[in-house]
Design a protein around this ligand. Structure first.
Ligand SMILES: [Zn+2]
Ligand SMILES: [Zn+2]
Length: 557
């Protein structure tokens, strides 16, 4: 048996090669990769060319396929850090995990850009269960943790227990079962009607959910409707009536075995809906009922609704059947869809989906999800910290130089920060996320300046804008042979110059919490989601600055 592996061959060339599958390490895990981000550090030729033929990828999330550790059972989703400390030595005792002698020697084998990888037992010192995160968000844990560390190194604190974080709605699916509360999504917006394509209200249901006679009637009418012109306006109105009233009412009577009443089965559906959210489509709302599922969804460009629904049904059927030990048809082959006509139609359907659980008797733990419609790009995000920054610094006095992927993560962690980039496309991307992004010519004084590009020029800009007694944090190294020149002025201005290299288990734990709180979502910082075979060209595009960030996503298996 072989797996596909992405190896860096030097000179910017990446090859996808087939290699023997890795063995289960004693006390470790075998993980089937779900998502793997391409790290900007892996684009630096001077750093990479000495590692050839290096296997790319360390921003990963995946499903445990084999396990030799009870904390990470088969089937659970994990984030494993590629470097993990021993937690016993003096460096670990003082929290300097990155400087633990074990840290550098640990690695994922063969690496994160592979169909499967092994997590040695030592790496489990920094491996997290992340069943409740989407894979594409869990793959942000490692880079976000590096930013968390940079904030700490710079004396700017941001922890999930701080005041700014409390009161944020949290998704609560997964490990602890299914929560009945409405889950609001941060930083997401309802679809705009001026954009291409529409949103659909989709209902699909279990095969035994409606008495056969009614199902046949539905089917016949559906076919007539599909033939379109044959129906008079009155007949079309009747058709709509049938679907929105009578059929829905029939569904709410909870006919059949109601397999989705089991939280485990319902979660299989929820998990599937969420996995490609932000990639193939944008979820607006859903409700998983005992015998049917409502989804309000906006397919992304080129994506076909019928294919999406087919994928949800076939994969969830396989998983739910495996769960309950059954075979055969789980879902009714037909599904209902309704193209949203306008804004008021949208809100009507959202209200309908929200109220759906209440209409079906005896339900108090139905997974319902509705995008927060009150959040818009120009409004400040909920929970702006202000008083959570260390040393009395205000959020507005944080500056971020360089608005690539890492710079954006800094920005999301410090609401109110001002970001700088020479590249207008990057400024535009940031502005579209509701962030304050300007040209360096508009530099404003800031107490803490995060410098993302490893260059003297970026540091010089930071020196210009840092306030007296302020801090400059260098997030990336200068190329070898280049040493940072610090002007004499830095002494008389009492400037602290800090640096931040990688991250430890304390940082990854905070990063996972921040992602659970919805502080940033993958599609806000990743420009291109690709399959493994497309990585070689995306590598070149990302290196050449044509795209902000690429992430490899594996298809549902
Ligand atoms: Zn990295
Ligand atoms: Zn140690």
């Amino acid at each position: 048996m072989t797996d596909r592996v992405a190896r860096y061959m030097g000179g910017g060339r990446v090859e996808i090669v087939a290699e023997p599958q890795v063995d289960l390490p004693p006390g470790g895990l075998i993980v089937r990769t779900e998502a793997s981000g391409l790290c900007s550090g892996e684009l630096m030729a001077w750093y990479m060319d000495k590692k050839v033929p290096h296997v790319l990828g360390h921003e990963v999330a995946g499903i445990v396929e084999r396990s030799d550790d009870d904390r990470f059972p088969v089937g659970s989703r994990v984030f494993p850090h590629h470097h993990a400390p021993c937690l016993k030595c003096d460096e670990c005792a003082r929290g300097a995990y990155v400087h633990c002698p074990q840290w550098r020697s640990t690695k994922l084998r063969p690496g994160g850009m592979a169909d499967r990888f092994a997590v040695p037992a030592e790496n489990l010192n920094d491996t997290l269960r992340v069943d409740d995160l989407r894979p594409i968000d869990a793959a942000l844990i490692e880079p976000l943790a590096c930013v968390v560390k940079a904030f700490r190194q710079g004396g700017v604190a941001w922890t999930p227990t701080s005041k700014g974080m409390s009161g944020r709605p949290r998704p609560d699916f997964g490990i602890n079962g299914i929560s009945g509360e409405t889950v609001k999504r941060q930083g997401a917006y309802l679809p705009h009607w001026t954009q291409d394509g529409g949103a659909y209200h989709v209902v699909f249901r279990l095969a035994d959910s409606i008495p056969k006679s009614l199902a046949e009637e539905w089917h016949v009418e559906r076919e007539a409707f599909d033939r379109g012109q044959a129906l008079s306006p009155a007949e079309k109105a009747r058709y709509r009536y049938l679907h929105t009233e009578r059929v829905q009412r029939a569904l709410l009577e909870s006919h059949g075995a109601c397999a989705l009443r089991s939280p485990e089965a319902a979660f299989k559906v929820v998990e599937l809906l969420r996995n490609r959210d932000g990639i193939d489509y944008d979820l607006v709302a859903y409700a998983v009922m005992p015998n049917h599922v409502h989804v309000l969804v906006k397919p992304r460009k080129e994506r076909n609704l019928a294919d999406m629904v087919q994928a949800w049904k076939s994969v969830s059927a396989r998983r739910i059947n495996a769960l309950v030990g059954k075979q055969g048809e789980l879902w009714q082959s037909e599904y209902y869809d309704h193209l949203i006509r306008d804004e008021s139609d949208l809100h009507r359907v959202i209200d309908y989906i929200k109220s759906n659980p209440g209409r079906s008797a005896g339900l108090d733990d139905v997974p319902v999800y509705v995008v927060d419609s009150g959040v818009g790009p120009s409004e400040p995000r909920a929970g702006a910290p202000g008083d959570t920054l260390g040393r009395g610094a205000q959020a507005t006095s944080v500056a971020v130089i360089g608005l690539g992927f890492m710079g954006l993560l800094h920005m999301f962690l410090a609401p109110g920060a001002r970001g700088y980039d020479l590249n207008p496309l990057r400024r535009e991307w940031a502005a579209n996320q509701g962030l304050d992004a300007v040209h360096p010519d508009e530099a404003m004084p800031a107490e803490t300046v995060f410098v993302c590009p490893g260059s003297q020029g970026a540091f010089d800009l930071a020196m210009k804008m840092v306030k007296p007694q302020g801090t400059i944090v260098m997030f990336a190294p200068l190329p070898p042979g280049e040493d940072l020149r610090v002007p004499q002025e830095a002494y008389f201005k009492d400037i602290t110059i800090a640096s931040a290299y990688s991250c430890g288990p304390d940082d990854t734990a905070i990063a996972a919490e921040l992602l659970r709180a919805g502080i940033v979502r993958a599609e806000q910082v990743v420009e291109r989601f690709v399959e493994l075979e497309e990585l070689p060209s995306s590598y070149v595009d990302m290196r050449d600055g044509k795209i902000l960030k690429a992430m490899v996503v594996w298809p549902e298996s």
